[in-house]
Write a protein that binds this ligand. Structure first.
Ligand SMILES: [Ca+2]
Ligand SMILES: [Ca+2]
Ligand SMILES: [Ca+2]
Length: 133
């Protein structure tokens, strides 16, 4: 009998703890934070390079290892055409990857080989403050 009472008491205690309003409030607060929270992201130079080359492959629709003007996505076309260093109107894979990595290096403000979401935000804000000539 004594043991049975202990179990009931233990269950009551556990139930009280689980239903405590303060715990619920904390949970709701955590949920709200999770909903609005953007996790900090870190991109390494290597990851950036490989996602840039995947992008090159995706854009090169006819598979000739060159991105021509008509293969560029319209809204980004002028920005991406800036990668065409020799100005022949086509972006080769090396122009693409070197240009992309140069962009990465410009965003990597402390030059540690990774770009955090913080650095990206700062770099974007700078770009908007002084538009490219
Ligand atoms: Ca092509
Ligand atoms: Ca070119
Ligand atoms: Ca960095």
């Amino acid at each position: 009998m004594k043991a049975g009472l202990w179990i009931v008491a233990a269950m009551l205690a556990a139930a009280t703890a689980a239903c405590g309003t303060s715990d619920k409030d904390k949970q709701a607060e955590a949920d709200a934070r999770a909903a609005s929270f953007q996790p900090p992201s870190v991109m390494s130079r290597l990851d950036f390079g490989s996602s840039a080359s995947r992008r090159f492959r995706a854009l090169d629709r006819n598979g000739d290892d060159i991105i021509s003007d008509d293969e560029l996505p319209r809204p980004e076309a002028p920005r991406l055409m800036a990668l065409d260093r020799n100005g022949d109107g086509e972006i080769t894979e090396s122009e693409w990857s070197e240009g992309m990595l140069a962009r990465f290096d410009r965003m990597d403000l402390n030059q540690d080989g990774t770009v955090t979401s913080e650095e990206r935000r700062t770099a974007m804000a700078r770009q908007q403050a002084q538009p490219a000539k």
